[in-house]
Design a protein. Sequence first.
Length: 145
Amino acid sequence: MIEIELTEPKKLICECCGGTMTSLTRFVYKDGNAFAIYHATFSENHFDSGVLGVISLGDWDSDGSSSNRVGFPFRLWQGEENFNVGITNRDECPWKDSNTIGRILDREEALIHPWIDDVFHITDHITKDDIEIVTFFKLDSSTIN
């Protein structure tokens, strides 16, 4: 079972428009054990950009090293009937210089990685369980049926 620890969001100012941006860091547990983290960001003035994020899987034990982790950059957006997720390239990832995520994969490598099913399982939970992201998509009345 996957559980997401909902930490306090950070509110920032968007450099291009001065609007509010939200930045999230979330801890993911599987069967009660540390499993992954993800970072996500979105701006209320840029609904069309959706949510950018990265999921880091690998060794999250207390003595784990980032060299034993892999990052999967993604983008979430809301379609007519459900949420869509796309795996993006490393250079599109706002956290590409992070020291904790591990090596961030490019799209083609990520899609064939043995952990890709875990990534999509986590994104399914993000669109149901992360109240900040769910609320962001509800604010965009143009995508609500």
